[in-house]
Design a protein around this ligand. Structure first.
Ligand SMILES: Nc1ncnc2c1ncn2[C@@H]1O[C@H](COP(=O)(O)OP(=O)(O)O)[C@@H](O)[C@H]1O
Ligand SMILES: [Mg+2]
Length: 272
């Protein structure tokens, strides 16, 4: 993503755990649930697994399918064999059906094109290649939408991942048709310990500072940031935007506990 809100992607331990989870769901063709607090990185991990940032403009807009990235995109889709979908708020079954059927068909076609790239047009076979569907913001799915997804799951034999907030499992357990097909539940956790320090070091560096764990001021600031954000990526990001602003306004060169505290008061925390 190239929005100002997105920085460099960090391949965290949680991201690797997500990949393992996704591979298992895809291999065994189960329904997998992935739940975790808002802002910990679920969407980013899933989009990355599906190569969706690369592929989605290509999938969603037919006019862009002839671009110079074509080969790279087809290769990526052939590797992931996944369709990523974010249901719209209050979306109807018809919306879901139209979009999903279209995207699955397109990805199948793309993979077919790629696998048959050395075969003459009239000898080309077409097959079904999509092996997994990932639904982000799964709590937006109505019962009829879930039912439709279960039907695709049964008929196509794909793996399905539903991503949502903690508590999603409980809601789904009320629909035994789908719930009985759940093979894995995966808890996506916030950053912890060394990894949090690693990400903080990067933030420090972005401000042109170095983080010294033997420096008491730094250690204290780290402890406060860890406490305030709970290792949540999105909160970290927002907090650092404020830290940067406060340091600039006051001409400061060290992140002290006071700076962190001042930044915290400008945030609306508890957004999870
Ligand atoms: N692996 C990561 N590397 C870098 N930044 C990340 C990473 N994961 C999440 N973020 C940051 O946190 C924000 C929230 O991530 P997101 O995937 O939308 O969380 P969720 O879907 O769990 O609510 C992203 O916009 C990004 O700024
Ligand atoms: Mg998300």
């Amino acid at each position: 993503m190239s929005s100002p809100r997105a920085g460099t992607f960090i391949a965290t331990k949680e991201h690797r755990r997500f990949i393992e989870f996704a591979e298992a769901v895809r291999k065994h063709r189960y329904v997998g649930l992935c739940y975790g607090a808002a802002g910990v990185g679920k969407t980013l991990s899933a989009r990355r697994y599906a190569n969706w940032d690369l592929a989605s403009p290509f999938i969603e807009n037919r006019n862009s399918r002839r671009g110079f990235m074509r080969k790279k995109i087809l290769e990526a889709l052939e590797r992931s064999r996944t369709v990523f979908h974010t249901p719209t708020v209050m979306g109807t079954l018809r919306d879901l059906k139209e979009t999903l059927v279209d995207h699955i068909g397109t990805v199948d076609d793309c993979i077919n094109d790629h696998l048959n790239r050395h075969v003459r047009w009239d000898y080309r076979k077409s097959d079904l290649h999509v092996e997994m569907l990932i639904f982000d913001e799964a709590e937006r799915l109505s019962v009829t939408c879930l039912e439709f997804i279960r039907d695709i799951f049964d008929r196509r034999g794909v793996g399905v991942i539903l991503i949502g907030m903690p508590g999603m499992e409980k809601r789904l357990s009320r629909y035994p048709q789908l719930y009985s097909r759940v093979g894995f539940a995966h808890h996506y956790r916030p950053l912890q310990g060394d990894e949090l320090s690693f990400v903080l070091t990067r933030h420090w560096r972005k401000l042109g500072l170095t983080l010294d764990e033997l420096d008491f001021t730094d250690t204290q600031a780290i402890a406060s940031i860890a406490r305030i954000t709970g290792g949540n990526f999105r909160l970290l990001h927002r907090l650092f935007v404020q830290i940067e602003r406060i340091m600039k306004i006051n001409g400061l060169t060290v992140i002290t506990d006071d700076v962190v505290e001042a930044a915290r008061t400008t945030l609306v925390i508890g957004t999870t």
